[in-house]
Design a protein around this ligand. Structure first.
Ligand SMILES: [Zn+2]
Ligand SMILES: [Zn+2]
Length: 630
């Protein structure tokens, strides 16, 4: 256009920018920006608005958006909404809301931008925050109704999502009634958001009802997707898989697309359900979905989380092309096995590739330095510093926490303390927990107490803090304190997250709580366990009752300890496993020291290999030893 001698005008520039935001990248958009500067049109309202919109989508940082916005001499509701949208796009919800409050005028587009922004930012944020933003979204919707603003499909989807985030059951019923009454036209997206909302608000039955009445045949996979994804996000993996199995067995396999398969593989990984994961791998190969990058990555991650590290490595090697997610999945698999040296090796391979690591990569690689064969604190320091200086990634609190853990693990407590003092934000509970955790590797009573004090001050409401504190006091024989902590806990009506372990047999999941007798074979399990315990005690195993938190007599404590969920699940595995078969158990929280020692003895007594994944990673018990003990 410029070559033909036609001058750029405000309309063509805005149109070009809109096109750049839609289809082109930053480069083209920046060129148009330069052109608008030259022609002096940057100050023009419509060009300025288009620029704000463009940088919100494609800018390097929020500064790009703010820069343009501040230079505009005239601003209208579109400019302000564009700025708000920019903050939302960069995940700065609080600042977006600040813009919302400061705006001179708002219209329905503004409201929709806020609702969409809330939903856009709902994943990966803390639960309390998500709930707050959900409630705020609902409040906005009420305000829209009162102001008589136009309600569109976008608004309805937005408010359904907001309600889902807020997890307000009562409100969800009202919102659903409204969505039906307002006759906004039921699109697959609105119906999918309805299903999602019902599940999030604890109305699982209504969600299935909606699912059965699904009206949009051509987009049936959307319904499946939202049902699966909702159960998956809530950590209800078993539900997600049983929903999927129903579909898989009814031979409706043509609905399985890349996204559904990725979700299912994710559920297999989370549960450690290797057999079913393998079947899904075969299905992917047969259906041609294996070539999809997302599916390939999900398969690596699934094998890694199921403890099949070698298979994960093979899949990775055979991939025709690997992206950052593939590398991160492979590194995660190694981290679960605490293979620090291998990870540092992978990292040096990565450094030579044109792949740019992200903050997840750094978190994994930094964490791996706790598990190297020799002191890698220097390497870790170098990695940590390179994040911002070479890669332009500002370390988040998670990175600091991981670094603190590494320093503690190698005994550099002084430096760890200094690092905590120098952090650009207030050290969170995560940081103190990491310090406390590293004291298990390098016993240091002063650091333990320091971490504990901060944890109690920061998270007085968190049941796990109480358990920790109670344990700490018990260990140092300050029973008085220990008792009062427990009392406080009971007064507040707090309970630990119930520990649960599960194992697999015959393509199904067998799940156990502590002292659980609900399993149909529980008689055999308890009888078998009693025999095994005696066997192990003969070999030198001594039950360690410091891991029991109940205020009971010593003999009762033993009873509680003996039937921890991981022991029950492992026993069931031993009963059902064939010759030479590995027993696989997954536990939702960390197993206690007594269960760990018991399983070491068990692996020697039975000659079997027992693989346990708890929240800290894999433990492979073989011949009386665990892999985590070096
Ligand atoms: Zn235990
Ligand atoms: Zn172990």
């Amino acid at each position: 256009m410029r070559d033909s001698g036609v001058g750029a005008d405000r309309f063509s520039l805005s149109a070009l920018l809109a096109a750049a935001a839609e289809g082109f990248g930053l480069h083209e958009g920046a060129a148009v920006h330069a052109l608008s500067l030259k022609s002096g049109l940057e100050m023009d309202l419509s060009v300025g608005n288009a620029l704000v919109g463009f940088y919100a989508e494609h800018g390097h940082s929020i500064e790009d958006v703010v820069d343009v916005f501040e230079r505009m001499s005239a601003k209208d509701v579109i400019s302000w909404t564009g700025l708000l949208n920019g903050y939302m796009e960069f995940g700065l919800v609080d600042m977006a809301m600040d813009v919302f409050d400061r705006m001179p005028v708002r219209n329905f587009v503004t409201y929709n931008a806020v609702l969409t922004g809330f939903n856009h930012n709902k994943e990966g944020v803390r639960v309390t925050f998500a709930r707050k933003s959900g409630l705020r979204g609902l409040g906005l919707f009420k305000q829209m109704l009162e102001d008589g603003l136009e309600i569109s499909d976008v608004t309805v989807t937005g408010v359904l999502n907001a309600c889902a985030i807020a997890a307000e059951r009562k409100m969800s019923e009202q919102v659903q009634a409204f969505a039906i009454k307002c006759g906004c036209g039921s699109t697959p997206w609105i119906d999918a958001a309805l299903i999602d909302m019902c599940i999030k608000c604890g109305r699982s039955g209504d969600a299935h009802l909606l699912f059965e009445k699904w009206r949009h045949e051509e987009s049936f996979h959307i319904a499946w997707n939202s049902l699966l994804a909702a159960s998956f996000r809530d950590g209800e993996y078993e539900k997600a898989l049983s929903t999927f199995l129903k579909m898989f067995r009814s031979n409706d396999v043509q609905f399985i697309d890349e996204f559904i398969l990725t979700t299912v593989l994710g559920a297999c990984g989370a549960l450690g359900f290797a057999e079913f994961g393998k079947q899904m791998h075969c299905f992917a190969a047969k259906s041609g979905l294996l070539s999809a990058q997302g599916v390939g990555n999900a398969i690596i991650s699934m094998y890694g989380k199921c403890g099949a590290l070698e298979t994960a490595v093979n899949v990775f090697k055979r991939m025709p092309c690997r992206d950052l997610v593939s590398w991160n999945a492979l590194i995660t698999s190694h981290l679960l096995h605490r293979q620090g040296d291998e990870i540092l090796d992978l990292w040096s391979q990565m450094e030579r590739l044109p792949i740019k690591p992200d903050s997840v990569t750094f978190l994994l690689v930094i964490s791996s330095c706790s598990y190297t064969s020799s002191n890698s604190a220097d390497k870790c320091r170098e990695l940590f510093l390179s994040m911002s200086s070479i890669y332009g990634i500002e370390p988040a609190v998670e990175h600091y926490a991981a670094f603190v853990h590494v320093l503690g693990c190698w005994g550099h407590f002084e430096e760890a303390e200094q690092l905590i003092g120098k952090m650009p934000f207030k050290p969170s509970a995560l940081v103190w927990r990491s310090l406390l955790d590293s004291c298990n590797r390098q016993p240091n009573m002063t650091m333990r107490r320091l971490a504990m004090r901060h944890l109690l001050a920061l998270e007085p409401q968190d049941p796990s803090t109480y358990v920790l504190a109670s344990n700490l006091y018990s260990e140092s024989a300050r029973w008085q304190c220990s008792e009062s902590t427990r009392l406080k806990m009971r007064e507040k009506g707090m309970r630990k997250i119930p520990a649960r372990s599960w194992t697999f047999h015959g393509n199904s999941i067998h799940s156990f709580f502590a002292r659980d007798r609900s399993h149909p074979q529980s008689k055999d399990i308890y009888a078998g366990l009693d025999v095994l315990i005696l066997e192990c005690m003969k070999a030198g195993y001594e039950p360690d009752t410091t891991f029991v938190l109940h205020d009971v007599e010593e003999y009762q404590k033993r009873h509680f300890l003996m039937y921890h969920s991981v022991k029950l699940a492992a026993m069931y595995g031993l009963l059902m496993s064939g010759h030479g078969e590995t027993i696989r158990v997954v536990k939702n929280v960390r197993m206690c020291g007594d269960c760990h020692s018991f399983l070491e003895y068990t692996s020697a007594a039975t000659g079997k290999e027992i693989l346990v994944r708890d929240s800290a990673g894999f433990h492979i018990f073989r011949g009386g030893k665990c892999s985590c003990r070096g």
